[in-house]
Write a protein that binds this ligand. Structure first.
Ligand SMILES: *Cc1c(COP(=O)(O)O)cnc(C)c1O
Length: 394
């Protein structure tokens, strides 16, 4: 018996259950493709929704910033890591989001964890705190709630009656409602107007994660939160998906930003984003308002694929976005299906519990404006061939 045996046993059990996760290499290629094990695949597992990760303007900006400012920021923003580009990017984000201010942080995971923990800090709020998160909200939101030490409740996915019941039961507490605007594993959307209305009625803070909406939805691609008539208190988003690089932001009031600079561990204790990333961020925001054509092409490609899949009998859930789940239920079935698609040259993520609820194992198809339409047409043909086997079994 050694000190590491429990970890090895854990991995062995996962492996025996066919659930072992492994890190497999993949080399990105142009046109929504990827190379793995010497073979080229159509990549349906990336969040590069607009293809910006390979856009010449982002690459050039990253190079220019690296040459001029170096490769690292060398310190936390509170020390000497606060490059002037931070301010320009934050101003642009605040304007695009229709908020007073914005704050850049290292990663979306870190942002949700540490911003939610700081906002729900009961030593600051001086009363009991309850966080109410959509059942399908991202792991990092749920972890932020755990880290805060606040009471943490989950409401049924997009079930606003359930949310209201919980809000009513916890009236008097400081209430924080957290949801995604576009759900990453289901590709459906939250009803932000209704959430805003509930938040106003129960005097709750509304925190919206726009990781999958940023770049793709809303005016100039700035996400859906700005469309919420009551406004959201905090709109969070990332640069690692449609915006093609890395990092994360929140947009909120100046007062909240000022507070977070005092209390948010992810900002205070973490090295600032490196200059090349800041360059790519600035370039992506510069491009963003001019990408309506790419956004329309992306959503139209998704609509074509979704319609075809549904006509073949596949369960695509409530998807209305560039993310299309193909829900097959059993874990073995989804692995089998993903393997068949891989054999046909399509790399697709098989998403299993605990990432999604038990019994809803699925493929997660995510589209990019850079996908070649012929590749998607061929995918539809392949899925039609597979449907009789998998749809009847579901
Ligand atoms: C990807 C994602 C995050 C994490 O963002 P990173 O910048 O990748 O750490 C947070 N929330 C949601 C909904 C996401 O999909």
């Amino acid at each position: 018996m050694t000190i590491t045996d429990p970890y090895r046993d854990y991995c062995r059990l996962r492996d025996e259950a066919g659930l072992l996760r492994t890190l497999r290499e993949a080399e990105p290629l142009a046109c929504g493709r990827v190379r793995r094990g010497g073979r080229d695949y159509v990549n349906l597992a990336s969040n590069d929704y607009l293809g910006l990760s390979r856009h010449p303007a982002l690459i050039q900006a990253a190079q220019a910033y690296a040459v001029r400012f170096g490769t690292g920021s060398t310190a936390s923003r509170l020390i000497t890591g606060n490059h002037p580009a931070h301010r320009d990017i934050e101003n642009r984000l605040a304007a695009g989001k229709g908020k007073e201010a914005a704050l850049l942080l290292a990663s979306g995971y870190q942002t949700n964890l540490t911003v939610i923990a700081a906002l729900a800090d009961k030593t600051v709020l001086k009363r009991p705190v309850t966080i109410l998160a959509d059942r399908l909200a991202h792991h990092s939101i749920l972890q932020g709630a755990v880290l805060s030490g606040a009471r943490s409740l989950r409401f049924g996915h997009n079930d606003l009656d359930h949310l209201e019941t919980l809000l009513r039961a916890r009236q008097g507490d400081f209430l924080l409602i957290a949801s995604e605007s576009v759900f990453g594993m289901d590709g459906d959307r939250a009803d932000l107007a209704a959430l805003g209305e509930l938040a106003a009625r129960y005097q709750a803070m509304l925190y919206i994660d726009e990781a999958h909406a940023t770049g793709v939805f809303g005016k100039n691609g700035f996400g859906l939160a700005a469309d919420c008539p009551q406004g959201v208190d905090v709109a969070m988003g990332t640069f690692g998906k449609a915006l093609g690089s890395f990092g994360s932001y929140i947009a909120c009031s100046q007062g909240l930003c000022d507070y977070l600079v005092q209390r948010c561990g992810g900002l205070i204790y973490s090295t600032a984003l490196p200059p090349p990333v800041l360059g790519s961020m600035a370039a992506a925001l510069e491009l963003l308002p001019n990408l309506d054509r790419e956004r329309a092409a992306l959503l139209s490609l998704a609509e074509t694929l979704r319609r075809a899949l549904r006509a073949q009998g596949w369960d695509c859930g409530a998807s209305t976005t560039q993310i299309i789940p193909v829900i097959v239920g059993a874990e073995e079935a989804v692995l089998h299906l993903a393997a068949r698609l891989e054999g046909e040259g399509f790399l697709v993520a098989a998403i299993r519990p605990p990432t999604v609820p038990a019994g809803t194992a699925r493929l997660r198809l995510s589209l990019s404006a850079t996908h070649v339409p012929e590749d998607i047409t061929r995918l539809i043909t392949v899925m039609a061939d597979l449907a009789p086997q998998f749809v009847s079994a579901a």
